[in-house]
Write a new protein. Structure first.
Length: 285
């Protein structure tokens, strides 16, 4: 009976001592507290990451609902067989971007940029092109056109790439906007070297120069040959030609006979008395 009373008195005291002063119980309580703290910190980290990600998404500029954009590729105009736009490697590519202001306040067109992206993941850059600054104001209900050009690298021939063209602009209130004017996959092709117009006219010009040189050389050789042969003998038509008669149509024998006749000395003129005396002397004989 005494033992039972002693146990009844000491047992509550022992239980209280174990609850308050036992190191095992204290260690277990500390572990539980640490787990709760870790869980709370994990939740706070996740919430902070989510909030930062949301701020980054909100900070990304987007297109304005009061603006419309269009794009037109002017050089070269190639229709792709696979449905994608085909651009020549190593050649100039030109396009125009049209901007329409449908709002009630002015827009300032700042820059236009283009880049090649990885076709599977457009966030991976392959080639960046120049960023051109325009700083052109567009009033409400007005339009503007921007020109841009770039040259794809020759090493990209035969491969598809994502072409991303962004237009950056802002309004008078300072709000910044960005619109992807073009964001599709294009095919880089290698053009076959053919006979273009410039090459054709170059060949024609060279052929004309060669013909001209041949003609000049022929004339020079012909004149040189005439000098070596000498002058053609001139047929004398007489010492005098008072009537200016053309004797070229006469045969050569007749012309020579006429020349001999003109060269022979003429008999002296005789008076009628001398002729009469000469006749009488001849009759006496």
């Amino acid at each position: 009976m005494k033992n039972f009373i002693v146990l009844a008195v000491l047992l509550p005291a022992l239980i209280l001592a174990l609850d308050k002063g036992s190191p095992l119980v204290a260690r277990a309580e500390e572990d539980d507290a640490d787990d709760e703290i870790v869980d709370v910190e994990g939740e706070s980290d996740e919430s902070s990451v989510t909030e930062e990600g949301g701020e980054e998404e909100e900070a990304q500029p987007r297109a304005s609902p009061d603006a419309d954009t269009t794009i037109l590729f002017t050089r070269p105009v190639i229709s792709g067989t696979s449905g994608n736009l085909e651009l020549p490697a190593g050649n100039l590519v030109e396009f125009l971007v049209g901007f329409t202001n449908k709002g009630s306040q002015d827009f300032m067109l700042e820059t236009l940029e283009a880049s090649f992206r990885y076709p599977v993941d457009f966030s991976f850059y392959i080639q960046n092109f120049s960023t051109i600054a325009y700083n052109r104001a567009v009033k409400p209900n007005h339009e503007a056109t921007l020109a841009y050009s770039f040259i794809p690298a020759e090493a990209f021939a035969g491969r598809p790439f994502g072409l991303n063209i962004n237009l950056n602009y802002r309004d008078l209130a300072g709000n910044v906007f960005q619109e992807a004017v073009y964001n599709e996959t294009v095919q880089i092709v290698e053009l076959e070297e053919g006979l273009d117009g410039e090459t054709f006219f170059l060949y024609v010009f060279m052929a004309a120069c060669v013909v001209l040189m041949l003609v000049v050389g022929q004339q020079f050789l012909y004149s040189l040959g005439r000098k070596r042969v000498g002058k053609k003998p001139v047929v004398e038509t007489g010492t005098s030609n008072p009537n200016d008669v053309d004797y070229d149509w006469l045969p050569k024998e007749t012309l020579n006979h006429i020349n001999k006749k003109e060269r022979s000395p003429r008999a002296p003129k005789q008076s009628p008395r001398q002729r009469k005396a000469k006749r009488s002397a001849g009759s006496d004989d």
